[in-house]
Design a protein around this ligand. Sequence first.
Ligand code: BGC
Length: 740
Amino acid sequence: MESIDVLVSQLSLEEKVALCSGEDFWHTKSILHANIPSMMMCDGPHGLRKQAGDTNFLEMNKSEEAICFPSAATTACSFDYQLLKRLGQALGKECLSENIGLLLGPAINIKRSPLGGRNFEYFSEDPHLTGELATTYILGVQEQHVGTCLKHFACNNQESYRMTASSEVDERTLREIYLAGFEKAIKRAKPWSVMSSYNRLNGEYVGESKTFLTDILRDEWGFDGFVVSDWGAVNQRVPALKAGMDLQMPGNHGMNDDVLLKAIKNNEIEEEVLNRSVKRILEKVLLSKKNKKHPPFNKNHHHQLAKEIAVESAVLLKNEGALPLKSSGSKIAFIGEFAKAPRYQGGGSSHIQPYRVSSALEAVKEITEVSFAEGFLPEDSSLNERLLHQAIELAKSCEVAVIFAGLPESFETEFYDRPHMRLPDVQNRLIQEVTKVQKNTVVVLHNGAPIEMPWVNEVNAILEMYLSGEAVGEATVDLLFGLVNPSGKLAETFPLRLEDHPAYLSSKVVDHHVYYNERFFVGYRYYDAKNMDVLFPFGHGCSYTTFKYDQLRISQLEIKDNESLVVHVDVTNTGKVFGKEIVQLYVENPTEGAIRPVKELRQFKKVALNPGETRTASFTLAKRDFAYYHPKIHDWYVETGDYGILIGKSSREIVLKETVRVKNTLKLNTSITANTTFNELIKNPKLSKMITELIETLREDQQFDIGMIKEMPIRALASFQIVDLAMVDRLVTILNILNK
Ligand code: BGC
């Protein structure tokens, strides 16, 4: 740090200002006399989009060849810490060999609506899963001494109006849902940088918000890297720098540098504020330059890793026995253009020039012969009778038909949201027609976000591949034929229909505002609270084997909120093949007291088991796992109560339950006033007895209905002329004394 101080002291004001914006689209600036090198950044998050030479914003798809790994919507379904770490390590190695100092990822915004155009790039609707996976990804990349950039901070949950809309979110919702993943990853993995998002949050541009960029990010969570603007996000440079937005990207041809220079010369901003940002940026730039150039990475090995990740992440949504396919003695039809030209990545800034894309039709040749019919053309929504007819005839003549369906590339991309949740009609029709002639119809899906499935009950099996990167074909075939047992579970809920999703009535941006009215009831938190049927629940996924859960043990039946609870559960593979099970631990919140989700995912573990094998999954729960964010104290708070420890195969298939009583140790400073109700007083353990007796007396003397008294504030005693106002005051004083 001292040497950076010295270095900064040797720079002119102009040089320091220059360091706070990019040289061009992808580099920080170099200063030769001070030996300050430039650092290259590159997207992220699921492969390198290295754009060499002159590029501009419109040349999204022009980049050097790299491995296209599965997108975050896919990898999240692995629920696998190690896998995400290995993905990070591989990306780190690719960065080193390409001389990239900072990878622009991971992207961890919460999926508020299934229509979000960039949902494929984000992990989950659940902040715990998001934060955990982002943490190991970051640790994996940064182990290679390459930096990461955690993005997009915060509440950029839709693409429409993303550069101007203000996300209107209450404090508790922010903390519990939209900030929690960032908090976890920042505290535990220490990313080199954070990208401030395009949007406004509660009226203020995030890039100009001292509350978010300094008070919360740095002072509260201890972030010690630099904040970079999302590309082109800077609204006003001076307030942005003051708030803690250190680096503006891309370069601005000196425009905003002049603005900053002028502001410093006019004493609108102190030079020390500038120095602070320069130091933060330089610290990481110099760190990146400690890296020696790495030998080229082995593309084939990384392609294999991409396949492994795709395999581990795929979700078998349904299987009535058509899967796994037999490699001999059965006539198999592959139907659908995606079998030949798969959809494997989303559009926009995360778009990769892949090294080698494998199709299922190509990969299946290693295993057996299949017949193929095109069925539909992905980007052509009109029904092609000839292709449909061919597909039906082929399906009829085989013992099983595997339809490769999914969303066309133009449906899912950065910059805009989907208008609906449907597959193109032509694909729905194809699936429906094929199921009429073939009872063993299997659907393989290529999509970055949930879709409606009007044919769900007609098909025999559904394999959700999501957008699983360049090795999608090999991965799909291995899963279909049971060379590997599917083990992914959904990291988001698939609602039955679009109108069901929690933000349906409030996800539209109107007059540059979007109101998060559903609050913390996002994803399964909403569907559970409303007790709604869903198409496939959060955490759901089938396997070619079966698992039995038993022996749920908790270390204590009662704990204080500052103590921890240890949980063990045994899982046995009761089937005939090797498999992996994702054990999910949800904490069920008490129904009394604050309004809370029914239950929340607090821990998970992926367990690998041979047939007949039993393993114990162990978890430790602490205060935050029982707490909610209390806006009055601006902190996490645990209400005394009974909490369910639920072990689930999915959020809707809870197989074991224990109950622990958690006792609060933090006394809320709530004073009693004349407006405190009798109901509230009864719940206060110190006053409960006395108030119950008082109510009983009132009931007898005044013939009041007991329910009516309970809903009254203390002052009502005067309103109904039972006592006078002076007496009400005295009662309030006494109650406050007793409550101390
Ligand atoms: C995206 C970022 C990306 C940046 C650079 C922006 O449009 O929101 O995620 O890192 O472009 O490509």
